[in-house]
Design a protein around this ligand. Structure first.
Ligand SMILES: Nc1ncnc2c1ncn2[C@@H]1O[C@H](COP(=O)(O)OP(=O)(O)OP(=O)(O)O)[C@@H](O)[C@H]1O
Length: 278
């Protein structure tokens, strides 16, 4: 199945709009004025060396980073100015997938998926347990990620790749408007990594939601994303359709330099400052 065309992506309204985002920790700028749009149905790979600001950018989308300047809108919410109670709504719409899966090991696979419904809060009666509708939904999601046969096994008995599928099903239980996956395959071997990224990309397309996935392995980004955004010292220095980029365009993200860890603005002369049209 082919991905959304450029025209289709452009026609759609971005679900995420970030403009001039600055995040500082103890007066040290970690994001130095980042602009980003995420469109429905696309998988965007976020690349950059360790400490370049990938996780901070993701945290900024859910209000977990100390934003000092700029505008961040996610699914209609102004993250820099959330009304009372809006933070919970925003986070309930944001499916998150992590490197270490973050499952509850002793609980069954099915129960782990059901915990995704807790983000919706009110609908769940914790004392009474989950509704049969939620159970049916969770089972159907486990089927979708190819792991329904493990529903009653404790999560700890699953392999890493299987656990990440459970974590993805849990994220889908939230009926998310967006999925943020922070190094979701860093603990998996390359073959499993590919299948998990293929799954995420399929979800983006089928459900028409953006998936933002941070990765450390260039070939995986080049194979499993529609668009690439490369951070260097808190600044986006490479961005473009994946089909228009190659490893050489991205190498500058990882070159050493003599800088301290403060963000570069303007970028270091040796860095790739590539902007390709979407
Ligand atoms: N809570 C915090 N307090 C102080 N500094 C922080 C905090 N969180 C992140 N930083 C700093 O911000 C910079 C960017 O961190 P971030 O985790 O966003 O990088 P990253 O690109 O995701 O790195 P990695 O690939 O290693 O996960 C780093 O220098 C980090 O030390």
């Amino acid at each position: 199945m082919s991905g959304p065309s450029t025209a289709e992506l452009r026609a759609a309204m971005p679900l995420v709009t970030v403009r001039g985002l600055r995040v500082s920790y103890e007066e040290r700028a970690v994001l130095a004025g980042v602009d980003l749009d995420l469109f429905p149905g696309e998988t965007v790979a976020l690349l950059g060396a360790s400490g370049s600001g990938k996780s901070t950018l993701m945290k900024s989308l859910t209000g977990f980073a100390p934003i000092s300047a700029g505008a961040v809108r996610v699914a209609g919410h102004d993250v820099t100015n959330l009304a009372r109670g809006e933070m919970r709504t925003l986070r309930s719409k944001t499916g998150q997938v992590f490197q270490q899966f973050n499952l509850i090991p002793r609980l069954s696979v099915l129960t782990n998926v059901l915990t995704g419904a807790l983000h919706g809060a009110g609908a769940i009666n914790l004392l009474g347990g989950f509704s049969s509708a939620h159970r049916r939904q969770a089972l159907s999601l486990l089927d979708r990620v190819g792991i329904a046969h493990k529903a009653n096994e404790p999560a700890r008995s699953l392999s890493g790749g299987q656990q990440q599928r459970v974590a993805i099903a849990r994220a889908l239980m939230q009926q998310p408007s967006i999925i943020l996956a922070d190094e979701p395959v860093a603990s998996l071997d390359p073959k499993l990594a590919g299948t998990v990224l293929e799954l995420l990309r399929g979800i983006a397309r089928e459900d028409g939601i953006p998936v933002l996935v941070s990765l450390h392995v260039l070939p995986l980004a080049l194979e499993y994303s529609d668009r690439i955004v490369g951070l260097r010292h808190g600044d986006i220095v490479v961005t473009g359709r994946t089909a228009h980029l190659c490893s050489a365009d991205l190498a500058g993200l990882y070159t050493d330099d003599a800088r301290d860890s403060a963000p570069a603005s303007p970028p270091h002369p040796g860095s790739a400052h590539v902007r390709l049209s979407v």
